[in-house]
Design a protein around this ligand. Sequence first.
Ligand SMILES: [Zn+2]
Length: 677
Amino acid sequence: MPRLWNEVDPSTQSIQGGENSPNAVQGQSSEEPELEPVHLLPRSLIPFTPYVEKETWLPTAWANMKLDSRGINISILRKWMMVCTKLHGHRCDWERAGAGPETTGPKFLIDVDNMKLVPSEPGFRYVALSYIWGAVPSCCTTLENLSTLLEKDSFRRLTIPIPQVICEAMELVQALGEKFLWIDRFCIPQDDGPEKQLQLNAMGSIYAGAWLTIFAAQNADASQGLYGTRKVFDAAKGFPPRLTSTQKVKSNAAKEWLTNEKLILRNARTLMCTQWFSRGWTFQEHLFSSRRILFHDDSVGWECQLASWHEAQDLSDLLDSDIPFLENEPVGLHKMVLSPWPDMFRYARLVSLYNRRALTYPEDVSDAFRGILLLLGRSYTGAIISGLPEMFFNSALLWQPWFPMMRRHPKGQSKEDAVLPSWSWMGWSGDMGSESWATAYSYMRPTPGRGLSGGNISSWRTVSTVEWYYSETFEGKRERIVDSSQEYRELVNKPSELPQKGWARYRDNRGNIFYRHQTDPLKDFWYPIPIMAAPQSSNSLINARFIHGKSRSAVFNIGQQFSSQSSNCDAVDLISEQDNGWAGFLRLSLGRDNQRRVRTETCELSAGHLEADTNGKLIFDEWERPGCPRGGYEFYNVLCVKWRGPPGFRTAFRRALGRVEKSRWDAVATEIDLTLG
Ligand SMILES: [Zn+2]
């Protein structure tokens, strides 16, 4: 079943967005390779997927996928670095763009000329490595061996073997003419608790600060090398002899002709199928890196903020060309970060893409996403509370699974410190349905060709009915949560009031009023929201375990189970105990281990309504259930919970989320003091 955004966004039909594009689905001839799943990715996700939507060299020219049988030519990598420097300049740099997530940089770097650790200094140009540790134990820096590793040639004298991927990365960095390399296991002393945490917190800025990142996506284990079944050679030092046919390496890459554009799409697809791509920590490592050399599929690719290239492409004329690289805008996170307004649409998709990835220690969910939260938080008012922006808190609480999700339980040594609340997506692993945050981004007016479509502001609204407070412990200090989006949405009905300078009002050809702000004149808004004059230097990231509020609860019978029309989960009807009438529904979060229950307790989170809406059945699981009002539907957002803890510390935990029709709820709900954990 297609996701909602495929249905509402015609531009998702192809990455190029047009029916005449060579990649349009219908336009494919039978001999051309299938390009799923990248090909079907919605445009809104593209800024966060590797390789695509960047300039490739002569997109319609043909490239032969037959790889050089002598191995990977390091001269090609040097050429990419040179072309990026010459044609793109500092626009491929995070720090120069003033967009670095934090000022914290690496504490140590490996000096590959002298094979030792050195304390890092501001201004050092370094290369970072992104790889999978794997289960094989091997050496790392500790407080005990730190002074030894600071001595010249210490890496040559180590008694415990260095993982192969790291040895090869060191050699490669030297061959590329670079001096410093950052690798987590050596540049962060692994037994220095507080310092290690500081460096883990700064992971986003460490990758953003690297001039180049090498991605070891070929293998799932550090004990295996960078290059797969191929070797490397440096054409500047002479060519190795061509291999005989019996010596030729096996390559996953098919020996066929593709246009440059399709070659890059294929490259994206194979990277997205690697184990490296499935890991949680590598998500922000990839997003934050300015320039990327990626090893996967027995081949190597390049990606910077403005271009994607593959070793099979002939770039020999590139420097002499008049292709207007300098007019291109950066894409992806770089661009989003520069946005002065909070982009909940993209944030929802980032969460969805990230939360399906695997973490060895589930409690790392916050740390491995921290760089992204810090960056995005700069354009939001208020804090980010356990992954939910305070500014849109009531809507953000309504996250729903797209596929069944599993509760996260901590596994590491410091599990007591883990913060994995059931009311946040961070407490669950799996694919979040990003449309479930649609009422949070209702200020965004679809701009043709820019990811959203549709003619009017959605009538689906979320209205606060509970005053929420958060706390780190049950009895800890409770702080009020301020959902400022509520007051801004009201401005739709009061077009004369503009909250801030810089806004201008327009009317479209249907008579709808919309707004633009001078900081981003290409973006349309249905109503004004706060725009940061300058990005906040740092917003507060709060790890709260509990939220509290005066709410209401009610018990319903559980009715028939049905397939959700708007997700890949199951749902159940909620039936009134009084007259057996349809009252509402719950989308079931868990996959297999749902216990079949007869009755369930639900708690109120907020209210909402939807007028007759043609998109209703795509958004609302219950739309076609007998009894569901399809026009002027007023409801409460309710959480099905289970209670734990002794009297006085009773805490409710999320089981599932749904809606109950307003009059049915008002007839039976009773007030409670609710603490969600
Ligand atoms: Zn570049």
